[in-house]
Design a protein around this ligand. Sequence first.
Ligand code: SR1
Ligand code: MG
Length: 403
Amino acid sequence: MGKFDQYFLMNIDDILEYTLVKLPEIGWDKASMQAKEIGDGNLNYVFRVWDAAGHSVIIKHAGVSLRISEDMKVSTDRNRIESEILQLEDKYAPGMVPKIYFYDTVMSACGMEDLSDHQLMRYALMKHETFPNFAEDISTFMVNTLLMTSDVVMEHQEKKNLVKSFISPELCKITEDLVLMEPYNDINGNNHVFEPNTEFVKRELYSDEALHLAVSKLKFKFMTDAQALMHGDLHTGSIFVKPDSTKVFDPEFATYAPMGYDIGNVVANLIFAYDNGLATGDAAFCNWCLKAIEEIMDLFIEKFNKKYDETVTEPMAKVKGFKEWYLEGILNDTAGYAGTELHRRTVGMANVKDVTTIEDVEKRAWVERLNILCGKEYILEQDKFRSGADFVAAVKRAEEAAK
Ligand code: SR1
Ligand code: MG
């Protein structure tokens, strides 16, 4: 039996050996080969392997428990799901995801394109860098990957097979609990609430029954509405950027669910970048963040309408008025799930560095209240958000109200 014929958690030396076994065709210069763990997520180990001859690759390796918590066990099958979805997304949004070289269901690892010439978007945004093509790119990615995998376009048998293949109950449960429940009741004691806002969180999130009802509907929609194969964790830590390139990665939470979950994640995470700009007084960066939100939503709507007309195959989806009804539902969901993402990243278990690194206590408390109030408006008044400007206006209202 070979060393890699049975699962174990690999260290740096194992990873070097493993890379040679899995990717011999690269022609590695063995003597200068090095590996470094560069993972920044909550779940997996990510290694960059390179040599002096200019070869490099990323090896992503899943452990049996999550990095963020030893107690949380998740199937290592997530690596297969991720690799297969990246291959599918490359078909619908060519060049917008890293290339997959292999995946290995025994070691729960995959090898993929090294994107070291890009930056992780969250860190670039924390340096207040801006990306002129981002709205164009991410709106294309979302329209192409979401609409093309929906029942409106995809042949229904093929779609149902994808639903079956990409269901990951444990990862869905993380979203159902951490995003769509715990921020509103801290039922499992996982929440991280910024101390100065303790009373505010109790009042605005834990005690608002109308909010709880609206979130319970979003939770059940997430669990039961297999609308499209969404990425499932489309935050700025799942996106690599260069001024002229956007690459989406890390779709291990992908599953069939409402399209608005992905779109709402993008909107909310740009608001976290905005928070950082606001707390540090960078007006130009703040303007870019809001402009990006506005353009993403307007471009999504424009491209969705065009692609729908070009690609719809389902006869009943061609009935007059259906497209408009379907898009309204997506926009409602986008607002709703932008709201839940704003809340869970502010008070839940998995926070974001854009906000947690804000040193000024008053300012951090202020932008966290902004997130909470903006999220509530998105959730409670979902049918008010029909354009990019509508989404932005709520941020400005919350900014004032949170003072
Ligand atoms: C326990 S995992 C916490 C979060 O990290 C991932 O990136 C997902 O967003 C998940 O909700
Ligand atoms: Mg991730």
